[in-house]
Write a protein that binds this ligand. Structure first.
Ligand code: SAH
Length: 245
C-alpha cells in the first residue's frame, strides 16, 4: 500500500465551493485529520477514519498525518478556505522539517481552496480589485506590536486589507485598537465590510465607514475587508477601481 498526505482546503462553507480535486482526494482517503468543525464537514463512509482535534494542536496533527502516511494510509488534512492561508499547509511542512528524513520521500500534495477573503470579496462586489494585504489579527503566534506595525504601514501605503481571526472571546480588546489605528492610517471615511459565515445559512455581510465601525461587528466567523481611499459604493455593491488615484 502506498501512502500519501493531501492538505486540502474545504472552501468557506458551501459544498459547491469545494473543488472537484479536493472531493476526489476525500473520496480516496482512508483517514481525515483536522480541527473538529472542518472534519465534521466530511461525510462519513465505510473505510474512512476521522480524527477530530482541537484548534491549537496543529503540529501534533500534522505529525500524526505524516506518521500514518508513512505506514501506508491515504490521509487528507483538512482546513477551511485555502490550506495555505493561516492554516494547516505550513504546519505540515514544519512537521516534515522536524521529522525523520525518510518522510521527505512521501507523496505530499497541497490542494487549494477558496479562501474566506475571496468568497467575501465576491459577495461584496470587488473590494480587493487593486493591491491588498491579508493580515491575521490573532496574536497567538506573533506579538501584538508587530500586528499594529503592519496595520499602520499597510494603511499608510494605501493597501486594501483583509483581516482573518479579527476578534475572539479571549482577545476582546485588540480589534478595538485595530479600528483606531485604521481610522488614523486610512481616514475615517474609508469603507469597511464585515462578512460573517460567508456561503453558509448564517451569512451576514455589512459595509459601513470606518468612523461607524464598532468592535462587536466582528467575531471569529467574520472576515473583515477594509478598502483603500478609492474604494466606493455603486448601488448595493462595493468596489475598488483597478487604477490608483
Ligand atoms: N484557511 C482559512 C482561514 C483560517 S483562519 C481560509 O483560507 O479561509 C480562520 C478565519 O477565517 C476566521 O476567523 C475568519 O476570519 C475567516 N473565515 C473562515 N471561513 C469564513 C467564512 N465562511 N466567512 C467569513 N470568514 C471566514
Amino acid at each position: 500500500m502506498t501512502g500519501w498526505v493531501v492538505v486540502a482546503g474545504l472552501g468557506p462553507g458551501r459544498e459547491t465551493l469545494v473543488t472537484p480535486e479536493v472531493q476526489a482526494a476525500l473520496s480516496e482517503a482512508t483517514d481525515i485529520v483536522g480541527y473538529i468543525p472542518y472534519v465534521r464537514r466530511v461525510k462519513d463512509r465505510p473505510g474512512l477514519t476521522k480524527y477530530e482535534t482541537d484548534n491549537r494542536v496543529e503540529l501534533e496533527r500534522a505529525t500524526h498525518a505524516l506518521e500514518m502516511a508513512a505506514e501506508g494510509a491515504r490521509v487528507v488534512v483538512v482546513s477551511s478556505g485555502d490550506p495555505g492561508v493561516f492554516a494547516m499547509a505550513s504546519a505540515l511542512f514544519e512537521a516534515l522539517e522536524a521529522g525523520p528524513p525518510a518522510w521527505l520521500d512521501l507523496d505530499i500534495r497541497v490542494l487549494p481552496g477558496i479562501t474566506a477573503m475571496l468568497a467575501a470579496a465576491a459577495r461584496i462586489g470587488a473590494p480587493l480589485g487593486h493591491d491588498f494585504a491579508a493580515i491575521n489579527l490573532s496574536d497567538n503566534l506573533k506579538p501584538w506590536d508587530l500586528i499594529e506595525h503592519r496595520l499602520r504601514l499597510a494603511g499608510q501605503a494605501g493597501f486594501a486589507m483583509a483581516f482573518y481571526n479579527p476578534r475572539s472571546a479571549s482577545r476582546p480588546l485588540q480589534f478595538a485598537r485595530a479600528l483606531e489605528i485604521l481610522r488614523e492610517a486610512c481616514g475615517a471615511q474609508t469603507l469597511i465590510s464585515f462578512a460573517r459565515a460567508v456561503s453558509t445559512a448564517e451569512e451576514r455581510v455589512t459595509t459601513v465607514k470606518l468612523e461607524e465601525a464598532t468592535p462587536e461587528m466582528a467575531d471569529m466567523r467574520t472576515v473583515v475587508i477594509v478598502g483603500n481611499r478609492d474604494t466606493r459604493r455603486v448601488g448595493r455593491y462595493v468596489y475598488t477601481p483597478r487604477s490608483a488615484s
